[in-house]
Write a protein that binds this ligand. Sequence first.
Ligand code: GAL
Length: 336
Amino acid sequence: MGIRVWRRLGLILLLGAIALSGCEKKEEEKTSIKVGVSVYDSHDTFLAELMSDFNKLVTRKADESGVAISVEVKNAGWNQSTQNSNAEDMLNDGCDILCINLVDRTAPTAIIDLARQKNVPVIFFNREPVEGDLDRWEHLYYVGTDAGQAGCMQGEIAAEAFRQHPEYDRNADGEIEYVMIEGESGHQDAIVRTEVSVSMLVDSGFKVKKLKSAIGNWLRPQAFTKMEQIIAECGDEIELVLANNDDMALGAIDAYNSAKIPMEDRPVIIGIDGTDAGVVAVKNKEMYGTVLNDKEGQAEAMVNLVYAEAVLGDVSGIDFTEGRYIRVPHSKIVGE
Ligand code: GAL
């Protein structure tokens, strides 16, 4: 056989291979998938609402696409080794993709290694792994928000309140005396929201004085107990309460209710999240305002990513904010 015949044969084989790989791509599209989710604490109000949106949107996606999507949700109960076992069990159960709300955001290695061995992609959400961990494999993603933006908006709400109502500076000393109720120490949202909300107030031209700060671990009862003590110590000196989330702002409101302090004698109280109860408190004017941590937007981003990765095997249609990160924007909710 001459060289030209060999060349032609080579070309035919090449075209055949390309055609086959095209067919293979189609075959990769699945008609049913299993999603494994592990949350750090299933009793966390914001996460419970986010998961409820996630389940609704999964059902909608399954109906629209005709792909059967089943979801298995496990509670890690604030324990990283429980979460590692959750992940292992879900991988052994044949999950096609994992959604992990890390207990300890500095400890994703065990889960990444297990998932990678089985070639199962992982979407981390809400609790952001530290920089660099997402670079360890190309099928790792993060869905969350920009913590600085939430702090910035909370500071803007406070600045606007004191600008519109100079009388909120109760002792008229030209300084805002405030209390900060922080979420869990080490959590990206607690660290950044705390820092940025106050610097936003200062950048807006206000003088501020921190009376007290307390850690409430995102929890309403913990914030209630801490705030009871703070009210006992600082009383009507407090002009502003900034809470890293709505549940803790509600805990502060509970403390004012339990101390039977009338509405007109209370400080400005501002939360973050826009949970169902938080929004009701803003409507009732018990909470001055809050920042919407768009749970539905985050759930929708997760569902779209699950579908793109686990069903289509192609994430080119996903709009990443940076690298493999999706950050859903916040917005302000103010009663007035
Ligand atoms: C934050 C949210 C908190 C809590 C926390 C858990 O984004 O504002 O309410 O849910 O995540 O990681």
